[in-house]
Design a protein around this ligand. Sequence first.
Ligand code: ZN
Length: 261
Amino acid sequence: MIEYIFVFLFGLVVGSFLNVCIYRIPKGLSIVRPASLCPSCGKPVKLYDNIPVLGYIFLRGRCRSCNAGISARYPLVELLNAILYVVVLQRFGFESVSVLMVFCIFISALIVITFIDIDYQIIPDRISIPGIPLGLLFGSTLLPDPFLRSELLGFKASFIGFLCGGLGFYLIAVLGKLVFRKDAMGGGDIKLMGMIGGFLGWKGVIFTTFLGSLFGSVIGIALIAWKGRKWGAQIPFGPYLALGAVASLFWGQEILSWYLG
Ligand SMILES: [Zn+2]
């Protein structure tokens, strides 16, 4: 029990840092300096107001200096990161601390990519490009195969995953451009899938693509029906791919054995 509480609290603290990354990376700002500022008045956020989730509750969602509203997304990103860390611990973490750490870094990178893609329709190279060698390095050496939990993924599966993800999505992008005469797939999605392939292997790429398209269609249709979004409106694909990758990581083995009967 104590492990879960510790990992949850650690996830909240990292989540708070992810908010800084989501806000600053697309603006090309440093993620280290300065300390957190209010986006409205530019005053530094006091240390005790910066406590994940609780700071937001104490302040009732308003800046202490200028009273401007603070987006509820800040505590939600912190909670999301913390909850996913707890699931990583439950699914993988008791075997090895390094596996726990690597998957937590992977999950946090996907969270940052998701929210930046929602805000700006871009996937930041500052995350996906370093993610590719890291995925290959850890995938080849220490990560378990998410579809065969008891075995290591290994270099071959990780490298083929990187090729399938990167090259596969590059081909989809080229074909999409020929057929639809517009960019169906951004360069960011290609690099993101290369990174996911390194971490999850080629089966992970297939599952992520399948689940991502499924989530994308269901949520896309819901948005059209519910919010009156237009067909063919630019909807970023990155968040669905990230969701597909997380689902493959956590439940790939169960989905695969269910599918194979
Ligand atoms: Zn303020």
